[in-house]
Design a protein around this ligand. Structure first.
Ligand code: NI
Length: 178
């Protein structure tokens, strides 16, 4: 079992556009296994490879997010693409790469996503509700997009001020230790 370090904002790799997966090999299986272990260890519903510093197009997700079951079950989507979307829903959202910040984001209510499973077989999933939100959030990660980019400029300004303040605090704490 290997729990990987989850990179956090403003780590530059989070802004990279991830590259498609071309080969289903041991390296890919290990990445999927380690990312699953990592997601199991944290209170998150999805994890994109770029969040552990590997900019390739795949993410792990909780198959039954928010269904109240204690047992979580995970799956992977490789090279995922949204093929259709409908409706609109506003909900609060967070991100493992942006700890301690949540805000309301508008997403499509239903999405149809296609990609490939762990074995390399084609997969097509129609998701609604929280799972649809997870898919849209994780596919954003693969394009270097974070949920804070989808906030109004006023709210994004508030977020950035808060980050600056936190960074100043940690600098002050560091200099206090010297
Ligand atoms: Ni995220």
């Amino acid at each position: 079992m290997a729990v990987l370090k989850i990179l956090t904002y403003p780590e530059p790799v989070l802004r990279q556009r991830s590259k498609p997966v071309g080969r289903w090999d041991q390296e890919l299986y290990k990445l999927i296994k380690d990312m699953t272990d990592t997601l199991e260890a944290v209170p998150g519903l999805g994890l994109a490879a770029v969040q552990v510093g590997v900019p390739v197009r795949l993410f792990i997700y909780d198959e039954g997010p928010g269904d109240g079951k204690s047992e979580r079950s995970y799956s992977v989507l490789v090279n995922p693409e949204i093929v259709s979307q409908e409706g609109e829903i506003r909900e609060e959202e967070g991100c493992l790469s942006i700890p301690e910040y949540r805000d309301t984001v508008i997403r499509s209510a239903v999405v149809k996503v296609k990609g490939f499973n762990k074995k390399g077989d084609p997969a097509e999933i129609t998701a609604e509700g929280l799972l649809a939100r997870v898919f849209q959030h994780e596919i954003d990660h693969l394009n270097g997009v974070l949920f804070i980019d989808r906030l109004s400029s006023l709210k994004r300004g508030l977020f950035l001020r808060r980050v600056k303040k936190l960074q100043k605090q940690s600098k002050a704490e560091l200099s206090g230790k010297l």
